[in-house]
Design a protein around this ligand. Structure first.
Ligand SMILES: Cc1ncc(COP(=O)(O)O)c(C=O)c1O
Length: 385
């Protein structure tokens, strides 16, 4: 595989690199050719996303021992347990286990909206930019995007963009918030701002969905339980497969009636997964144990942010790094993000640009504090050259 492919792919944040594409440091004692593909993966410090985390030994054991049944018949005890626990944790009537966060968001959108409606969301939002326009193809909606400082919307900004109730204008059907906001750098809604949006939207009969792929990170940053952070939303999606470390799976939460509808759409989309209790077993550990360690990822992100701030040509404000995602501008280094990523990959540090000038780093359970320090040294080195 030519190196050029590696460079191009590294510049896309969600690209998963097959083993052979990881560029090894030539100074490593063992020559690359003699490493197994597993070793190659293990030796790269991977900051591309928290989706790259691999299941813990405890998760793997639980998966091997999971009791299972046919979930399409509602008979998988481990999935049933996960759905009950998630609903309880969030103080909701019901929840449903899904193969991905995208499916969770899109099912919620389908239930809340009608064809021909508009959805208000922040312009860098995941549902708008990274979910394959499914809100158009599946739900028949378009997005009314609004730019929010640091990815955060406020009620006064949203209010101005709600369609007037005139018959010849497409109507606003839903507001969707993202907390934490991925592409804005893991930013967190203050409880008051999010609550006000929900309260005011409800006053005029508009539902509010939360893309809470990383809502446990938001809860840790706010020092509040997830149930409180998400209380006023009509529906909530969160991912087990990101910072919480499960290999697969997301949950959608809402009222009993809402989740009954979600079960129908999950099946329609091909998301009825039979003996998926093997996945839910890891999900249970992700839900119950892994939130307790997210603080560590946030501290590591701070270490990176404070180190990056010192490097000439890099622009970042560590005070804005609230969770485990850092987005920083490298235009002052004279490199674009493709060059920057490639040079880092040559030093066994994987990260990606979100555009030609801005890099994204994500901390997670598979990168330690020492790994962050190694990554910082690699960045210092490539910026000196
Ligand atoms: C904010 C946000 N929402 C939703 C998703 C979708 O999750 P999945 O990759 O499981 O479909 C992601 C994935 O990165 C995300 O970052």
């Amino acid at each position: 595989m030519p190196m050029r492919v590696v460079i191009e792919q590294l510049n896309y944040p969600f690209t998963r690199l097959p083993n052979y594409q990881i560029v090894m440091n030539p100074k490593l004692a063992q020559p690359e050719a003699s490493l197994t593909s597993k070793q190659k993966i293990e030796r790269a410090l991977d900051f591309r996303s928290d989706t790259v985390t691999r299941p813990t030994p405890e998760m793997r054991r639980a998966m091997a021992e999971a009791e299972v049944g046919d979930d399409v018949y509602g008979e998988d005890p481990t999935i049933n347990q996960l759905e009950e626990r998630a609903a309880k944790t969030f103080g909701r009537e019901a929840s449903i286990f899904l193969p991905s966060g995208t499916m969770g968001n899109q099912i919620a959108i389908k239930i809340h909206t009608h064809h021909g409606q508009e959805i208000i969301c922040e312009e860098r939002g995941h549902i708008f930019n990274y979910e394959m326009a499914t809100l158009a193809s599946f739900s028949g909606c378009i997005v009314r995007p609004i730019y929010g400082e640091d990815g955060m919307l406020t009620w006064p900004e949203i209010k101005k963009r709600i369609a007037p109730g005139i018959y010849y204008k497409a109507q606003t059907g839903l507001i969707s918030l993202e907390n934490t906001h991925n592409m804005a750098g893991g930013t967190v809604y203050s409880q008051d701002v999010a609550d006000e949006i929900c309260d005011q939207a409800h006053e005029i009969g508009l539902p509010v969905h939360l893309d809470g792929a990383r809502v446990f990170n938001a809860a840790v940053a706010l020092g509040r339980p997830v149930a409180q952070v998400t209380k006023k939303f009509d529906s909530v999606m969160f991912c087990l497969s990101k910072g919480l470390g499960a290999p697969v799976g997301s949950m959608l939460l809402g009222s009993k009636a809402f989740i009954e509808k979600a079960r129908i759409y999950r099946k329609a989309l091909g998301g009825g997964m039979r003996q998926a209790g093997v996945l839910a077993a890891a999900g249970l550990i992700a839900l119950e144990k892994m939130p307790l360690r997210l603080k560590e990822d946030h501290e590591n992100a701070q270490i990176l942010a404070r180190g990056l701030e010192q490097i000439p040509g890099i622009k970042i404000d560590p005070r804005k790094v609230a969770t485990n995602i850092l987005v920083f501008n490298i235009s002052g280094t004279g490199m674009n993000t493709a060059d920057f990523s490639r040079k880092l990959a040559e030093r066994n540090v994987l990260a990606a640009g979100i555009d030609p000038e801005n890099m994204r780093f994500v901390t997670h359970m598979d990168v330690s504090r020492e790994d962050c320090e190694v990554a910082l040294s690699a960045i210092q080195e490539i910026c000196r050259k």
